[in-house]
Design a protein around this ligand. Structure first.
Ligand SMILES: C[S@@+](CC[C@H](N)C(=O)[O-])C[C@H]1O[C@@H](n2cnc3c(N)ncnc32)[C@H](O)[C@@H]1O
Length: 196
């Protein structure tokens, strides 16, 4: 992130936007379960809210300095992992839920964003849930990312991309500022309801 963007994502104003608008909207009607993965926590204003809501939270951050600072700040309440969410160092079928807040546009190509979706399918349990939000493209948004990676999601193509990564029950909608997405990993053979 460039310096201006980092300051914004660390600010109390951003914490209020996240707490009042982004997280309630992203998680409306979503049950994340008992073991949740957050990708791209950055300075952790989202993580601060999530850790008060969830019994177990793991946060994967690609920036070493941000990961170190977040781990020091949140202590044992969150397992902070310095890693690339397009290549997660976690076993398959582990998490009950995954969340992504305002981070996907920092993943440098659509192909890598799709790889990140596929990684989430791999590490989520059968029936596991993904919920996320990302900002819509626009002039102010681009201005905030000068000298920074900025590959915004196209809301119109997003459902097909989540489907293609292996998710089911995909729902995508948007408001004036952002796109919201929810999806599930298909249930495993034991939960399909068939007896054979
Ligand atoms: C704009 S910040 C958002 C931070 C936080 N989610 C929020 O909403 O306040 C995006 C974060 O995603 C991280 N990030 C980008 N690509 C990543 C990847 N492949 N794996 C993990 N984190 C990544 C960036 O380093 C940055 O800290």
């Amino acid at each position: 992130m460039n310096e201006q963007h980092l300051q914004l994502c660390s600010s109390d104003e951003w914490a209020e936007v996240v707490g009042q608008h982004i997280i309630p909207w992203a998680l409306e009607g979503v049950e994340l379960g008992d073991d949740v993965l957050e990708v791209g926590p950055g300075p952790g204003r989202t993580t601060d809210i999530l850790r008060g809501m969830l019994p177990r939270l793991t946060a994967v951050e690609i920036d070493a300095d941000l990961a170190t600072a977040l781990a020091a700040r949140v202590g044992p309440s969150v397992e902070v992992v310095h890693a690339d969410a397009t290549r997660l160092p976690m076993d398959e079928d582990r998490f009950s839920g995954a969340v992504s807040f305002t981070m996907l546009h920092h993943v440098p190509t659509a192909e890598l964003q799709d790889r990140l979706f596929a990684e989430l399918v791999r590490v989520l349990r059968p029936g596991g849930v993904l919920a996320g939000v990302d900002s819509l493209d626009g002039e102010d948004f681009r201005a905030l990312h000068v000298g920074d990676i900025c590959v915004p999601l196209d809301p119109d193509g997003l459902a097909a991309r989540l489907d293609g990564a292996g998710f089911t029950a995909v729902r995508v909608d948007r408001n004036e500022f952002a796109v919201r997405f929810r999806a599930e990993v298909p249930p495993g053979p034991s939960s399909t309801g068939t007896s054979e």
